[in-house]
Design a protein around this ligand. Structure first.
Ligand SMILES: O=C(O)c1ccccc1NCC(=O)[C@H](O)[C@H](O)COP(=O)(O)O
Length: 263
């Protein structure tokens, strides 16, 4: 694991322990049970792909460890509304506070603003966080295999399935891809960002895509900026994308979203 991920997972474990003290699992489960059913995240992506269109998961992102402040006048609701109007299929909401200035409250706000399925983008280390995600309105979660062992990955996936949520399983190399293939989730995200160097290379997704087993849906993640980048991914068989910075940074987010998706 990179130094950054070690630092993030260390404070995340402390956050989880504190959250469990503040809101025990039983109370969280009750809140999750009272939520409207999940909006189908994978189903929305596959429907878009069946129509021959790109499926965009557009990310509500204020700042990041690699880029610092991305959007000074950050308003999660306004950003999500622009993504929806620009043709996004789903929205990813960063909820990590210390590194991204995210919050679970953003998830709640975005859910009441748009009708698109929502991904909770955070560092999932404990099944407790899955229940928390559902309780705050997420329809899907991200599971980064670089931060969990196989038993934990399975437990997190099981918890998500119990709540009818989808899991985007994130990999960055061949070994993680082999582990991802053993999980039941059909969504595999290939992260182009190397979290040791913070460099992005589209070659990562291009090289790993042919090794993804039949029946899985690949999401190309990070470093995607232009319609040409998406075309390059599509040539490698990837037509679903997770995009944050390049859309969240610009003044006219709706137009930028529409322009990115032009095929
Ligand atoms: O973005 C970062 O700097 C980062 C650092 C450490 C862990 C995760 C990080 N990013 C999360 C993501 O996966 C991206 O937000 C997402 O793929 C969108 O990437 P981009 O379009 O390059 O903003």
């Amino acid at each position: 694991m990179s130094d950054l991920l070690t630092r993030i997972t260390t404070y995340k474990r402390e956050e989880i322990a504190e959250a469990k003290r503040q809101r025990p699992l039983a109370a969280l489960r009750e809140r999750a049970a009272n939520m409207a059913p999940p909006r189908g995240f994978l189903a929305a992506i596959e429907q878009r792909q069946r129509q021959g269109e790109y499926a965009l998961i557009a990310e509500v992102k204020k700042k990041s460890p690699s880029k610092g402040l991305i959007r000074a006048d950050f308003d999660p609701a306004e950003l999500a509304r622009a993504y929806e109007a620009g043709g996004a299929t789903c929205v990813s909401v960063l909820t990590d506070g210390p590194s991204f200035d995210g919050s679970l409250v953003h998830l709640d706000v975005v859910r009441t603003t748009v009708g698109l399925p929502l991904l909770r983008k955070d560092f999932m280390l404990d099944p407790y966080q899955v229940v928390e995600s559902r309780a705050w309105g997420a329809d899907a979660i991200l599971l980064m295999l670089s931060t969990v062992d196989d038993d934990t990955a399975l437990a997190i996936e099981d918890a998500a399935r119990e709540f009818g949520m989808d899991v985007l399983v994130e990999v960055h190399d061949g070994e993680e891809l082999e582990r991802a293939a053993r999980l039941r989730s059909r969504l595999i995200g290939i992260n182009n960002r190397d979290l040791k160097t913070m460099e992005t290379s589209l070659a990562t997704a291009e090289n790993l895509a042919p090794q993804v087993p039949e029946g899985k849906v690949i999401v190309g993640e990070s470093g995607l900026r232009t319609p040409e980048d998406l075309k390059r991914m599509a040539a490698a068989g990837i037509t679903a994308f997770l995009v944050g910075e390049s859309l969240a940074r610009v003044p006219d987010v709706e137009s930028a979203t529409r322009a990115l998706l032009a095929q």
